[in-house]
Design a protein around this ligand. Structure first.
Ligand code: FUB
Length: 375
């Protein structure tokens, strides 16, 4: 982690300097109003500082990250991680991201009032999980809502769990065990036009993808050589129950502009974590965080299984090491949900969810968003 941390610090310092100038003039988004949580009334966790950035955090009474957005019942729901200052003394990549519960946010209008529905699931309620409730996602089928979430099991291995509710905001009741055959982090569920649901997942380093070989956990961090294909995200169709895979996880191919697999040495583009799939005009878009180079890149395919061909960058680095997003269409407008660490003054593991509009060009490419500049 030493080299990436130094690199991240350099990026943050550089971006901080330029943001001081930018933030004075480019405050363009509607400012969301905050309502008190409707089910629980969590006290403010600390005296939170405010920063001048073009987009405001959707909520400021808690830290939130990794926003997965979906429209249910004509309302926009956001399923974020709930960051806490855990002061974890554990060693290892990602140990400070020691989150213990989820809150669901929602709004009736983009840029309007945001409701925090209070605690939706706590790690103490999940029989198989021991720690680190990381980036979740949600899906709906036949009036039941499913929350998909990564957590470590009793062997310190990340698995993907699922919990159910009759309401999009929860509370969610977890299954007894994790979804068989799942591993790593950052589940994202895409619902296709025919009603099929596909689960995408994966994360490198703290997300442990480098410890899996041929479907087996090795416990050893093994990375490809620079001139070899990088580690890629995995996916599987969910079966009708929504709590099991229809087939074993399969690795997705991410191709460069020449049709070759993206290499480990391709720092600017290679997959790191945070896969997200959306569909625009019949084309499947897979977007992901590059981790060490801190951008969100995207690729397209005519098939949810891929292969996906790289198309470009859609989000520049944000304040904070991680970059994690989702893309959703709501009331005729496409939106990018993302997070940064502006509210905590740049603390990597204390992030806040923000949103802005996203534009597809006529050729299907996506206009690059710079969260320091605004729209
Ligand atoms: O929130 C914990 C982890 O940080 C997520 O799972 C990653 O995508 C990164 O955002």
């Amino acid at each position: 982690m030493t080299t990436p941390i130094i690199a991240a610090l350099l990026v943050v310092v550089a971006l901080s300097l330029s943001a001081c100038e930018k933030s004075k003039t480019d405050i363009t988004d509607a400012q969301p109003q905050i309502t008190a949580p409707t089910r629980a009334q969590p006290a403010p966790e600390k005296d939170l500082p405010t920063e001048q950035f073009p987009h405001n955090p959707l909520v400021t009474h808690i830290y939130t990250a990794d926003p997965s957005a979906h429209v249910f019942n004509n309302r926009l729901y956001i399923y974020p991680s709930h960051d806490i200052d855990s002061k974890s003394t554990a060693t290892g990549s990602g140990a400070r991201f020691d989150m213990v519960d989820y809150h669901v946010l929602s709004m009736a209008e983009a840029g309007g009032q945001v409701t925090d529905h209070g605690p939706a699931l706590h790690i103490g309620e999940v029989p198989w999980a021991t720690k680190q409730l990381w980036a979740p996602d949600a899906a709906e089928k036949d009036g039941t809502y499913y929350l998909y979430f990564p957590a470590k099991d009793d062997k310190d291995i990340f698995r993907i769990g699922v919990a159910k509710s009759r309401k999009p905001e929860g509370p969610f009741v977890p299954e007894q065990s994790f979804i068989p055959g799942t591993f790593s982090i950052d589940p994202a569920v895409f619902k296709d036009d025919d009603g099929s649901h596909y689960l995408y997942l994966g994360g490198i380093r703290g997300g442990q993808l480098q410890r899996w070989e041929h479907g087996k956990y090795t416990g050893v961090d093994k990375y490809p050589a620079e001139n070899q294909p990088s580690l890629m995200p995995y996916m599987a169709k969910l079966n009708d129950s929504m709590v099991n895979l229809a087939h074993p996880l399969t690795q997705i191919s991410l191709l460069d502009e020449n049709g070759n697999l993206i290499n480990q040495g391709d720092l600017a583009r290679k997959f790191f974590e945070a896969p997200w799939v959306h569909k625009f005009k019949g084309t499947y878009y897979l977007s992901w965080s590059t981790g060490d180079s801190h951008t969100i890149q995207y690729a397209t395919s005519d098939n949810p299984y891929g292969p996906f061909q790289w198309r470009g960058k859609l989000l520049e680095p944000v304040l904070g090491w991680t970059n994690h997003h989702s893309i959703v269409e709501y009331k005729g407008q496409w939106h990018l949900l993302y997070h940064d660490s502006s509210l905590s003054g740049g603390v990597d593991h204390l992030r806040s969810v923000k949103m802005t509009s996203l534009t597809h060009n006529a050729d299907g490419s996506i206009q690059v968003i710079d969260a320091w500049l605004g729209d």
